[in-house]
Design a protein around this ligand. Sequence first.
Ligand code: V47
Length: 388
Amino acid sequence: MQFSHDPKLNEIAVKVAANERLDFADGVALYATDDLPALAKLADTMRRRLHGSRTYFNVNRHFNFSNVCYADCKFCGFYRTPRQPGAYTHNVEEALRIAGEAVREGATELHIVGGLNTKLPFAYFTDLLSSLKSAYPQLHLKAFTMVELDHFARFYKMSDEDVIRQLKEAGMDSCPGGGAEIFREPTRSLVCAHKCDADRWLELSAKLHATGTKSNATMLYGHIESAEDRVDHCIRLREQQDKTGGFQCFIPLAFYPPGTKLSHLPGPSGVDSLKTIAVSRLLLDNFAHIKAYWVMLGKQLAQVALHYGANDLDGTITQGGELSESYSVENNHEVKMTKAELIALIEEAGFEAIERDTLYNIRKDEGGGRKDETDNAASSFILHPSSL
Ligand code: V47
């Protein structure tokens, strides 16, 4: 019996079974297929080779220090100009209050990002990090995207190396994956003309990874980009990962149109989101983890995404403010999920829920008795050929 009614998928299935790297044409063919169950099977095969039924989550909290931004990205409903109503910049006291709350709720990570705000001195960022670090040394500070690092270097006239060194000395432990959007031109310039370009985003990732600091990578999909743009994006990330190995996980971000300059667009369908997760898993053979970000996918679809190659569900985010009003599909509610709810979603889908820290160490006394192990199967990338 044929694996799929789609002949191209049968060819790709042979490659997946032999652990062969997929190419650009394979990626485009995967997006074009109408055989969703077969695509899911391929992605799930790869996911189970790496992680078995383990599905990771962490307890974290987001802190957006400012929504003031000059980048004017067409897909963003979050930013304000300095004089617009609703523009804000938080002080260190507010950051400490949020971090304190997060720690009391069991968070191990604070995800810190904000707009490109030219009113702030560089010392604002180092003070923010060092105050948080001295008050909560146990809290992992996952702070600033490559776009923010680029802004710091250009605006404060510092070398990339100095920016990274000073932020690390102040307490930055790793970096989130935002700002990647879509690498390929002309799409990138059409949606975020004032952000750094793809080469610069990748260059800063390389410089960061060279210091031993990890980061994530994202892709914003479901706006004006093509399937070819998405495949190109993943292949560029894969080439970069071959060089540095510093990316921990890949997070496809489903575009949420309300409140943006692209609000006339429908955003991605459920099928498109599941395909994107699956194709990412299959193309990014050197990324250990594919994260389903439920804030954008919705809880139900994020749960199903675990059967399409995702092995990480982010997160027990708590944020009562700006995210929920701007770009969350859960926007009628506080953007929050309890640990119990997250575990229940993972287990109901048939997977084993494992609490991790930001660096994928398994948390003590969590995850069915595993104690502070790393996910060795994933980090060593020994893929065993198995029949489909
Ligand atoms: O770079 C902006 C995206 C990103 C919209 O590293 C939007 O663990 C959908 O990067 N609809 C920021 N997406 C979020 C991000 C992230 C999230 C979760 C985990 C991690 C991680 C990183 O959000 C931006 C942009 O790509 N975004 N506007 C929107 N309307």
